[in-house]
Design a protein around this ligand. Structure first.
Ligand SMILES: [Zn+2]
Ligand SMILES: [Zn+2]
Length: 484
C-alpha cells in the first residue's frame, strides 16, 4: 500500500470507511483512467514503436530558436515494467547542415534500475556519466504506466495534491526517483515532471507530456509523448504500434558494466604563441584565444566547463601577470562554447557578444544554480555586457582587434569572428575546424565569403577546434565545398 505524505492524511486513511484522502483519490482516479489498478499492477512489459523528432537545445541557430531538428526513425522503447528496465533505440538524421555530417546515426540507450548505459555503433556498451544516469533513471518513470506502477510499490510515497484550474497535481517518490504527475479531470495523466540540474541552464524542470491516448490491450496509452526542459521542447515521439506484455527480450545491463564513467578529466591548458601578445590556449577539444592590450587582456571563448575556464584564466595570469584579464568575447551562444561563461563573470570579466545573444547572456547569468552551486551562484557578481551588431573595433596603442558578425552562417545566426589586422589573423570557431576530425566543413564557404566581403587581409586562420592553419587552406576547402 502506498504511503501518504502529509499530516492530515495518515489518520484518515487508517479510518478505512471515510472518503479517500486526496492522495488516495488522485491515485485511484489515475489508475481507473488508464485501465484499472489490477490491470496496471499486472503489466509486465510495454513496447512502443514509432517515429519522432529531436530538437537541438543549446546548439540552434539563435538562442531563442527551435528551427534545427533531427528526424527520428525506427524509434523503439522497450520497457520491462516489472524489473525496472528500459531500452530505447532510434536513428537520428539531421534535417539541417550538421557539422558531424548528414548521415543517419543509430543511438541505443539502456537503464537497468539505477544503472544507465549507451551502446555504440560497434555494439560496445559504456556506463553513463553520473548526472546523465540519474536523469535517465528518472525518465524511466516518465510514462503513465511506469509512474503509476511505481506508485503501487510498498515504499512509494505520494503527497501535496493540489488543484490548478481543472487539473490536479501530486508529488511522487519511488525507487530513488521523484516526479510530479498532472492528471485531467477524468484522472488521465497529462504529464510528469522532475526538477534536475543542467550544467548550462542550472535548475530546470524536465517535463514529459502525454497526449492522444488510445486503447491497447485493455490499457490506455498515449500515442504522442513530448519532452521539454523548462520552456524548450526537446523531443517528440509518435507511436505507430504499441503493445503490452509482448516479449521485449532481456533488458538487463550488460555483464561487466560495473565501472561508472570516471570523474571529468581535469582541464589541460596548453599555450601556443601566435604573434606578439596573441596566444592560443589549447589542449583537449575546445580552445580559447588570449589577446594582450596595453593595459588589459581579452579572452575569446570560455568553453566546456567552469573548471576549464578557471584553468584558462589561471593560465592567462601566469602568461601576463601584470595585466588584468577583463574581457570575454563569446563567439556564439552554443552550450559547449559557453559553459564557462558564468565562471568568467564570477572572475570579473565583462562579456562581449553579438547583439542577438544579449538576452540569452543576461538570462544565463541570472538563472538559479541551487541544485549544484557553481562559483557564480556562491558569489553573485554583476554582469557587464557589451554587444556587437555588424562590427566593432577594440583598440589601444599596442593592439587592435576587430569583431565582425559572421553573417549568414548556417551554424549560427549570431556568431562573431575576431580579426587582428597587424598579424593578419582571423580567430573563429565552428565555421572551419581544420585538423583531425570528421572532415566535412559545411560552414567554411560562408566564413570565406565573410572574410572576402570585408576585404580582410588574412594569412592565418586560428580555429578554436582543430589546428592553426594557413588562410590558403580555407580557400581550398571552401572552394572544394562549393563545387560539391
Ligand atoms: Zn557551435
Ligand atoms: Zn564547436
Amino acid at each position: 500500500m502506498i504511503q501518504i505524505v502529509g499530516s492530515v492524511a495518515a489518520g484518515v486513511i487508517l479510518a478505512g470507511c471515510t472518503p479517500a484522502v486526496p492522495e488516495q483519490q488522485f491515485l485511484n482516479d489515475a489508475l481507473r483512467a488508464v485501465g484499472g489498478r489490477e490491470r496496471v499492477a499486472a503489466v509486465k512489459t510495454v513496447l512502443i514503436e514509432g517515429a519522432g523528432v529531436n530538437y537541438n537545445l543549446g546548439q540552434d541557430m539563435r538562442p531563442e530558436a527551435a528551427t534545427q531538428a533531427f528526424a527520428i526513425t525506427g524509434y523503439t522503447r522497450k520497457i520491462d515494467v516489472a524489473n525496472g528496465r528500459q531500452r530505447i533505440e532510434q536513428t537520428r538524421t539531421p534535417k539541417f547542415a550538421y557539422f558531424q555530417g548528414m548521415q543517419p546515426q543509430t543511438q541505443i540507450q539502456g537503464i537497468d534500475g539505477e544503472v544507465g548505459f549507451n551502446v555504440n555503433a560497434s555494439g560496445e556498451p559504456s556506463r553513463m556519466a553520473p548526472q546523465a544516469e540519474r536523469d535517465r533513471h528518472t525518465e524511466f518513470f516518465q510514462h503513465p504506466i511506469t509512474a503509476l506502477r511505481a506508485a503501487l510499490d510498498g515504499t512509494a510515497t505520494i503527497g501535496n495534491v493540489r488543484s490548478i484550474g481543472a487539473v490536479r497535481q501530486a508529488d511522487f517518490k519511488s525507487a530513488g526517483a521523484e516526479w510530479t504527475m498532472t492528471i485531467d479531470p477524468a484522472g488521465l495523466p497529462l504529464s510528469t515532471s522532475t526538477r534536475t540540474y543542467h550544467p548550462n541552464l542550472g535548475d530546470v524542470i524536465v517535463t514529459t507530456t502525454f497526449a492522444d491516448y488510445q486503447e491497447t490491450n485493455g490499457l490506455k496509452l498515449p500515442e504522442t509523448i513530448t519532452g521539454s526542459v523548462d520552456e524548450f521542447t526537446t523531443w517528440e515521439t509518435h507511436a505507430t504500434r504499441q503493445s503490452i506484455d509482448s516479449d521485449v527480450g532481456d533488458l538487463a545491463a550488460p555483464a561487466g558494466l560495473t565501472a561508472r564513467a570516471g570523474a571529468p578529466v581535469p582541464p589541460n591548458v596548453t599555450v601556443q604563441q601566435l604573434a606578439k601578445g596573441v596566444w592560443l590556449l589549447g589542449g583537449q577539444s575546445h580552445h580559447s584565444a588570449l589577446i594582450e592590450f596595453g593595459d588589459h587582456l581579452m579572452l575569446i571563448d570560455a568553453p566546456q566547463s567552469e573548471a576549464r575556464t578557471l584553468a584558462v584564466i589561471a593560465k592567462a595570469k601566469q602568461l601576463v601577470p601584470d595585466k588584468s584579464l577583463s574581457e570575454l568575447v563569446l563567439t556564439h551562444h552554443h552550450f559547449d562554447h559557453t559553459a564557462g561563461m558564468r565562471a568568467a563573470i564570477y572572475s570579473g570579466l565583462s562579456v562581449i557578444t553579438h547583439a542577438g545573444n544579449k538576452e540569452w547572456v543576461d538570462n544565463m547569468a541570472r538563472r538559479p544554480h541551487t541544485i549544484q552551486q557553481d562559483m557564480l551562484a556562491k558569489n553573485v557578481s554583476r554582469l557587464n555586457l557589451n554587444t556587437v551588431d555588424d562590427e566593432r573595433e577594440f583598440t589601444d596603442q599596442s593592439m587592435t582587434v576587430m569583431l565582425y558578425h559572421v553573417a549568414g552562417n548556417p551554424h549560427s545566426d549570431t556568431m562573431l569572428m575576431a580579426y587582428i589586422p597587424r598579424d593578419r589573423i582571423v580567430i573563429q570557431v565552428d565555421a572551419f575546424s581544420p585538423g583531425p576530425g570528421p572532415g566535412g566543413h559545411p560552414y567554411a564557404a560562408n566564413l570565406l565569403e565573410n572574410i572576402q566581403k570585408r576585404n580582410l587581409r588574412v594569412d592565418t586562420i586560428v580555429p578554436l577546434h582543430g589546428v592553426v592553419t594557413p588562410f590558403a587552406e580555407l580557400v581550398k576547402v571552401a572552394g572544394g565545398a562549393r563545387t560539391n
